[in-house]
Design a protein around this ligand. Structure first.
Ligand SMILES: Nc1ncnc2c1ncn2[C@@H]1O[C@H](COP(=O)(O)OP(=O)(O)O)[C@@H](O)[C@H]1O
Ligand SMILES: [Mg+2]
Length: 227
């Protein structure tokens, strides 16, 4: 048995033949860990999250999710892995024809949960991320920071065992940024594995115990453990 939720083995990735993004990187994400992915703009943070979430298949090497090699999983079964991951997109990706409430409740509806059993949880979470005034609003009526908080709420509402967050505080003020980090920290204490991509050194220096930092540089990575 492994206690790794994710592992990359000698993963190579490029979008075009002229430039490698990753050259044979290996990495493990342990269950219950708290990770930051850092690197300059364009270094490959979003690409790494997409590889970790099976959104993108690498051009070489292997990705393992809970010990299973993703290369052996047919494309039409990949959703079974993705369903176990709460992914916060850098560009939010809320569905425009659904209200904030409906967007956040969507992962629960997909799991065939009954609204009477989750309605109050969704409202409570929305009020926790200070969106009670946007519950019935559509995404195009929300500010960038409000959309980001709705996207975070949607990713965490179903209590996935893994959260992958791409610059989750990039559009919010300090107050909400601290609240979001507190939410991730509390979820991590309950056992959720958290991986946050960010270029913001301030976010990393905030008090997360046992965090690990995955730094991307020169098409490669190194993991720094801080205790
Ligand atoms: N779909 C794509 N097609 C071609 N190039 C891409 C694509 N996505 C990202 N890239 C390139 O890959 C590099 C890494 O991008 P990205 O992972 O988004 O970096 P980061 O998130 O660290 O800013 C950038 O040079 C970017 O232009
Ligand atoms: Mg990015």
């Amino acid at each position: 048995m492994t206690n790794n939720i994710l592992a990359l083995e000698k993963v190579h990735h490029r979008y075009s033949i002229t430039r490698d993004i990753f050259n044979d990187i290996s990495l493990t994400i342990e269950e219950g860990g708290f990770y930051f992915i850092t690197g300059s703009s364009g270094a490959g943070k979003t690409t790494l999250l997409k590889l970790l979430s099976s959104t993108l298949r690498p051009t070489g090497g292997d990705v393992f999710f809970l010990g299973k090699n993703i290369n052996n999983i047919p494309q039409n079964k990949i959703y079974e892995i993705k369903r176990q991951i709460g992914y916060i997109f850098q560009d939010f990706r809320l569905l425009p024809h659904l209200t904030t409430y409906e967007n956040v409740a969507l992962p629960l509806r997909v799991q065939n949960k009954r609204e009477k059993n989750y309605k109050s949880d969704v409202i409570e979470l929305l009020s926790w991320v200070n969106l009670e005034h946007c519950v019935h609003g559509y995404p195009n009526t929300l500010s960038g920071g409000e959309q980001q908080r709705a996207a975070i709420a949607r990713a965490v509402i179903s209590s996935p065992k893994l959260i992958l967050a791409d610059e989750p505080t990039g559009n919010v003020d300090n107050f909400n940024s601290e609240k979001i980090m507190r939410l991730f920290s509390e979820m991590n204490k309950m056992g959720t594995t958290i991986v946050i991509a960010t270029h913001d050194q301030n976010l990393i220096s905030k008090s997360i115990v046992n965090r690990k930092i995955i730094e991307i540089y020169n098409n490669s990575i190194r993991t720094i453990e801080e205790l």
